[in-house]
Design a protein around this ligand. Structure first.
Ligand code: SAH
Length: 220
């Protein structure tokens, strides 16, 4: 399947503005993150059948049994990552490329890895914002291996549930770099922020409970 050409109408922009209000009420206060979310037409990343509900604060199914994250989750992870212009950000779990687009709207240099060939190819063929965002590179790989050719990264964002902190990804993080990941077993994970300190020390902070699809090994 490829992305169909969709339009971003006033109606969509209006629904998006309402979503932003909802995220604010739920405690997302970072204006840069909110304005990045306002810039990205989420309905472009969903099947046209979802057009009218694309701006509900919910996860939705995409191909290959995967999901596009809930906007609140995207906002929350992005806020914890504290992305600055021109930082190199590695995302594990491209999925629909919605989260990657929010990172691109923050002017990060985005490298995003997906293990499902079909999802990867869809983005290669028809990523819907290719004219606006040249700062995203897509890779078909196992995220547990990271991306040695582009390492080290300022920030790493994992958007699938992992029961362990992947050691290779810690290696590929710069000193004082930050990794955000949902840590835990299938079902429920704790949003975790790791800051890489000197002497291989890690500062680990825990945030709320979230639920992601699992981070699986290998490619498919
Ligand atoms: N960030 C996505 C949502 C991700 S859902 C979005 O904005 O739409 C999680 C994604 O992680 C799925 O597409 C899944 O296939 C992918 N994934 C799972 N394990 C992976 C791994 N080891 N490496 C790369 N991607 C992985």
């Amino acid at each position: 399947m490829i992305f169909l050409k969709q339009e971003d109408t006033y109606k969509h922009k209006g629904m998006r503005a309402k979503l932003i209000d909802e995220l604010r009420k739920k405690g997302i206060s970072n204006e840069e993150v909110l304005s990045a979310i306002m810039k990205i037409p989420r309905h472009f990343f969903l099947d046209p059948a979802f057009d009218k509900i694309a701006y509900q604060d919910r996860a939705f199914p995409i191909d290959e049994g995967q999901t596009i994250s809930q906007p609140y989750t995207v906002a929350y992870q992005t806020m914890l990552l504290n992305v600055k212009s021109n930082e190199k950000v590695l995302e594990i779990g491209t999925g629909s490329a919605y989260q990657a687009s929010v990172l691109a709207a923050l002017n990060a240099k985005v490298y995003t890895i997906e293990r499902q060939r079909k999802l990867f190819e869809k983005n290669i063929k028809s990523y819907p914002l290719k004219e606006q965002y040249k700062n995203i590179k897509f890779y078909f790989k196992d995220g547990y291996q990271g991306l040695i050719t582009e390492a080290p990264f300022d920030k790493i964002l994992i958007t699938a549930a992992t029961a362990i902190i992947p050691p290779v990804l810690i290696e590929q993080l710069k000193l004082n770099g930050i990794m955000v990941l949902p840590l835990g077993q299938e079902g429920k994970q704790i949003m975790t922020r790791i800051t890489k300190l000197e002497h291989e020390d890690l500062q680990i902070e825990n945030f709320g409970d979230f639920s992601f699809v699992p981070m699986l090994e290998g490619k498919n």
